[in-house]
Design a protein around this ligand. Structure first.
Ligand SMILES: [Fe+2]
Length: 185
């Protein structure tokens, strides 16, 4: 950790949160609560590292979600941040190959339902809070404990339902990390 990141983690300098950006998704208002509410199952070192990255990240929303949101409240309660890998909206022709890796964060507001969606990337999630998941198009939601790994193979439909408190998740994509997620028809 460099000196700035260490100072940031210690609260000695002001972060450059996306919340300061007028175009930042409003769910960023829940970021600090989600960081403070990270489960004991996640080691404090990892929580601190994720906090540094989350506060400095550029938070975005998938373009197709913005164009056609699944509910009135969804866009106020969802954002993601790419920490490693191709940035959003990079034309596939600009990326050499489709065997990449991307690492990022997803932030979900209290009570939000993230409907069934899918993508060609293989995905591993590490949720920092308890979330209910489905892993098929019409599956029954089941709770997964914080820190437990969630794996989705390419194009596997999955959905999430958040409880009364916001949720922060770390994800790792591999394979085709350029084609964005899309809601199931
Ligand atoms: Fe996913």
């Amino acid at each position: 950790m460099d000196a700035h990141a260490a100072a940031l983690a210690a609260g000695e300098v002001a972060p450059a949160p996306a919340a300061c950006n007028e175009s930042a998704p409003s769910v960023i208002d829940h970021l600090e609560a989600a960081l403070a509410d990270s489960a004991p199952a996640i080691s404090s070192d990892i929580q601190q590292a994720i906090g540094v990255l989350a506060l400095a990240a550029s938070w975005r929303q998938t373009a197709s979600y913005v164009e056609c949101p699944p509910s009135a409240e969804f866009l106020d309660n969802y954002a993601h941040a790419t920490l490693l890998g191709p940035p959003d909206d990079v034309p596939m022709s600009d990326v050499s190959g489709q065997n990449g890796v991307a690492v990022g964060l997803v932030l979900l507001g209290p009570g939000v339902v993230y409907p069934p969606h899918q993508h060609p990337a293989d995905e591993v999630y590490v949720p920092l809070q308890r979330i209910e998941w489905t892993h098929e198009r019409h599956g029954m939601p089941a709770a997964v404990a914080p820190g437990d790994l969630i794996h989705h193979v390419p194009w596997q439909p999955h959905s999430m339902r958040v409880g009364a408190r916001p949720a922060l998740l770390l994800y790792i994509w591999s394979g085709d990390v350029v084609t964005p997620s899309r809601f199931c028809a």
